[in-house]
Design a protein around this ligand. Structure first.
Ligand code: PXP
Length: 253
């Protein structure tokens, strides 16, 4: 299987919100991504609504349905956001930690904290009850003690936080320790029969060693794609990134 590319289009909405205009259109962005080989759209409805707005969620969902591709909604565990998720019925939900002061999601869910773990478990249970067929992933660090907690939750995948790896890669540092940790995490997760996804901070260059490892079935990439689109256009950036995935298989490193 060729790894899947999920494109996170939050930053199309960031540009729009910066001026309070109604452009650039997230619907056009979503359509362009699918016309250029993207496998899923990812959006994060944050409590502070700094980029994606409530109305965007349903507008983007119409595009995912038209293309027959999944909508992956990233969200924290706030009751108001849970209600919107239930009303929307996306295909996937990725549960993430959320903190108003952060520039972006800064790390995985700290499931070693029993209060956080309980909140995530309750959210997961409610979403599974209220959204038939929903698949849930947990955004976590590649840490075996956290992954043991994940295994106790009724989830469908983990999304490993690759932000620190990507930063180390871009700074020219050795990333061998990250790759080793991803291998160990994958061994554990594969036994549990749930999906192994990656996301955060990735670029076409930093994703390559991960593709070579063949461990992750899905990559969710946003900021770099939207930045590159300034120079090359969204369609060509998505299409060449997806094209670069074609020579790799999941599970055949
Ligand atoms: N995956 C998750 C869980 C995220 O929170 C984000 C950022 O919203 C991404 C992937 C995409 O990260 P980036 O925009 O850095 O590529």
């Amino acid at each position: 299987m060729i790894p899947r590319l999920g494109v996170n289009i939050d930053h199309v909405a960031t540009l729009r919100q910066a001026r309070g205009e109604n452009y650039p259109s997230v619907v056009n962005a979503a359509t362009t991504c699918f016309n250029n080989g993207c496998d899923q759209l990812t959006i994060h409805l944050r409590e502070d609504r700094r980029h994606i707005q409530d109305i965007d969620v349903s507008a983007i969902q119409l595009v995912t349905k038209k293309f027959g591709k999944p909508l992956n909604l990233e969200m924290g565990c706030a009751p108001e956001i849970i209600d919107i998720a239930i009303a929307t019925q996306p295909d996937w939900i990725c549960l993430v930690p959320e903190n108003r002061e952060e520039k972006t999601t800064e790390g995985g869910l700290n499931l070693l904290d029993s209060d956080i773990c309980q909140k995530v478990a309750n959210t997961c249970k409610k979403l599974k009850e209220k959204i038939p067929g929903i698949k849930i992933s947990f955004f976590v660090e590649s840490d075996l003690s956290v992954l043991h907690r994940v295994a106790e939750l009724n989830g469908d995948a983990v999304e490993i936080h690759t932000g620190d790896y990507a930063m180390a890669f871009l700074n020219g540092n050795d990333v061998g320790n990250f790759l080793e940790k991803y291998n160990q995490a994958h061994k554990f997760i594969a036994q549990k029969n749930i999906g192994f996804h990656a996301g955060h901070g990735l670029t076409a260059e930093s994703v390559t060693p991960l593709l070579e490892q063949g461990l992750f079935a899905e990559y969710n990439i946003g900021h770099w794609i939207i930045c590159e689109a300034l120079f090359d256009g969204l369609g060509p950036v998505v299409s060449s990134l997806k094209e670069s995935f074609q020579k790799y298989q999941v599970g055949q490193a």
